[in-house]
Design a protein. Structure first.
Length: 227
């Protein structure tokens, strides 16, 4: 600020000196008018300097932004970019993981269905024993039925943990077979419990908790459709 006033003073002084009348070596009749014009130019120059000083003062009062503003803007812009990038990455990662998980569950369902198809010859014997409960008095027949029930229980556990695509397994008919098997088994167990001599096979099905949950879920779904 002091330097600016110094420059202004020198400019005004220089202009005043430059416009000083020359030493009167001779008399010029037009000199008074010229001096008045020169004094007017000096006054106008002084006003211009005052206007310039006021403008500079306004600019100085505004001043530069606080020291932290550029850093804050940079931080916000960088943080926003990181946040947007993270959201986009998370979105596509989630989609990729969901797709990979769906494919794994579909592959698992196909694998289970393949095992089930291979069991078809023995399953005919299993359902024959369930339809004729007295055949279950023989250990080999009962073991064949229990082996199939255990396999269904393992499959139901995988369904409960969402390791297998349930919809795909239902389309293949295995969910319906779970319901049919458990109903037939409970019916046969009831007949043998009341037969003479009585045979208790109901305790075995007590371990098939996951199978029971899947069967209950299927029955509820069918009941809801009927409504």
């Amino acid at each position: 600020m002091k330097g600016r006033f110094t420059i202004a003073f020198l400019l005004v002084a220089g202009a005043a000196v430059a416009n000083q009348p020359e030493s009167p070596t001779r008399i010029d009749p037009q000199r008074p008018a010229a001096i008045a014009e020169e004094n007017g130019a000096v006054a106008e120059w002084t006003r211009d300097l005052a206007t310039l000083d006021r403008r500079l003062t306004v600019l100085e009062n505004k001043g530069p932004p606080a020291w932290y503003v550029p850093y804050l803007l940079t931080l916000l812009s960088t943080g926003f970019g990181i946040a947007v990038g993270s959201l986009i990455t998370a979105r596509y990662t989630h989609r990729a993981e969901a797709r990979a998980d769906r494919l794994r569950r579909e592959d698992a369902a196909i694998s289970v269905a393949s095992e089930w198809i291979k069991m078809f010859p023995s399953l005919q014997h299993v359902y024959k024993c369930l339809d004729s409960p007295d055949l279950l008095r023989e250990a080999k027949n009962l073991n064949a039925v229990l082996d199939y029930g255990n396999w269904l229980e393992t499959t139901a556990q995988r369904l409960g943990h969402q390791l297998i695509d349930r919809d795909l397994l239902k389309k293949m008919g295995l969910i319906d077979r779970m319901l049919v098997f458990l109903d037939k088994y409970d019916h046969a167990a009831g007949i043998l419990a009341n037969a003479q001599p009585a045979l208790d096979i109901g305790s075995y099905s007590g371990a098939w908790t996951a199978l029971g949950e899947q069967v209950s879920k299927e029955k509820e779904a069918r009941h809801a459709i009927r409504k």
